[in-house]
Design a protein around this ligand. Structure first.
Ligand code: HEC
Length: 121
């Protein structure tokens, strides 16, 4: 695909393509086009972090064996869709991670993604 053999030129090509994509892609995921990964990266990563360990106080570690991912899919999908705050928690999770454009299918896909990606350590 990339014709340039010089890695600097190749990198510039990739950067230009990324900028072009940013200029034309819609910001909010359109139902049916998002993958679990793209949904996580757009709507969840800011609080949960790239590795799922959580980057803000009150955000649970999704990689822990007895953490939230030990719960059933239906429980997780409902809590992600409706928002969630456990008793005494310093911070609530907003419904759909704050992205009303997420469909129920997007949420199911992101749960599958988290289960694959954040292998219990
Ligand atoms: C604004 C920050 C924020 C965003 C964005 C966010 N979360 Fe959360 N999430 C939280 C917090 C805080 C909690 C813990 C709430 C509590 O226990 O009171 C949480 C809890 C969870 C839990 C555990 C629920 C449970 O039963 O304990 C899961 C799973 C989860 N989030 C998934 C997601 C997914 C998927 C997204 C993206 C669609 C997302 N979160 C976006 C802050 C966020």
């Amino acid at each position: 695909m990339m014709r340039a053999t010089n890695p600097v030129l190749a990198g510039l090509g990739v950067a230009a393509a990324a900028l072009a994509a940013l200029a034309t892609e819609p910001r909010v995921a359109v139902a049916g086009t998002a993958t679990g990964e793209s949904t996580y990266q757009s709507s969840c990563v800011a609080c949960h972090g790239a590795d799922g360990a959580g980057v803000l106080p009150g955000v649970p570690d999704l990689t822990s064996t007895d953490g939230p991912l030990a719960l059933a899919d239906a429980v997780l999908v409902k809590r992600i869709a409706e928002g969630f705050q456990s008793p005494g928690s310093p911070m609530a999770m907003p419904p759909r991670g704050g992205n009303p454009g997420l469909s129920d299918e997007d949420i199911k896909a992101v749960v599958r993604y988290m289960r694959q990606e954040f292998a219990i350590r």
